[in-house]
Design a protein around this ligand. Sequence first.
Ligand SMILES: NC(=O)c1cc2c(=O)c3cc(F)ccc3oc2nc1N
Length: 332
Amino acid sequence: DAKSALSLEEARARAKVLREQIEYHNRKYYLEDNPEISDAEWDALMRDLIELERKYPELVDPASPTQRVGAPALEGFAKVVHEVPMLSLANAYSTEDLLDWDRRVRQAVGDGVRYVCELKIDGLAVALRYEDGRLVLGATRGDGAVGEDITANIRTIRNVPLELAEPVSLEVRGEAYMPKREFLRLNELREQQGEPLFANPRNAAAGSLRQLDPAVAASRRLGVIVYQLVRAEAHGCETHSQALDYVARLGLPAHRERHVCANIEDVIAYIEAWADKRHDLPYATDGMVVKVDSLALQARLGATAKSPRWAIAYKYAAEQAETTLRAIELNV
Ligand SMILES: NC(=O)c1cc2c(=O)c3cc(F)ccc3oc2nc1N
């Protein structure tokens, strides 16, 4: 009716407020793991915005959170070639393994190598491509050379920006994960509905992103944490740390639990320090990734067919023996 119709300017202002509220609550959920509103209240904000944009189509903006959902279900996933192969990390299971790796690194590139440690998020590796600041592709690792195009599902992940702060073209690699809070909520729901439970957050995240209908992924609060900028030196970075600071400034959720160490002894101390503390993080972890920080030294060390020589994943004992939980593993 006439009285409830807003002027375009009022509608534009209302849409701006709703988008800011949605982004604010995203930060509270993902960055602080301390949501102020319930999922239902969050969904209501989104519904209001969708309704407003339906009534005033000129308000629709490709970066609006409403542009995340609505893609039709797919018949299958298209293939994506990774220009820069998505390799996997070699593992270290003991301090000895770390010391051996450090010795090999120093033999190859000399002493004084600085390392950066990052908690190893237990999810699944994804590649995100942006062209002129717009998200154009999300892909799985696949076999490292060819992955699956899961763009429609990646777009539903609320902490993945649909548009960067600058119109930059780049590709990042990151870990898609299901926050522990969401894992518990989802399994409670499935228990009530008599559906099989997810065995762990990694399987739950993988199962969600393998769904052909993006509405399913959209119904699960997944997150992504960026752990690498591809060809970072082409973006003017000299170290991995600078690369993560750069992508964070663009609005990407760069890995925040990271620490630069001057030598392997400090790395070992940092790993020890997080052995228990890591259980308080909002996401599941299964180790610590240790990387040579200098991009020039990374290039000199290179990679084998499978793994980079400039990085290694230390696995915490608890996860070395894959603990099988009582829950029935969802066979997606
Ligand atoms: N799960 C993780 O938290 C995580 C995973 C990887 C990788 O898989 C990875 C694979 C590479 F070939 C090179 C660097 C990497 O860095 C990584 N850094 C991380 N923090």
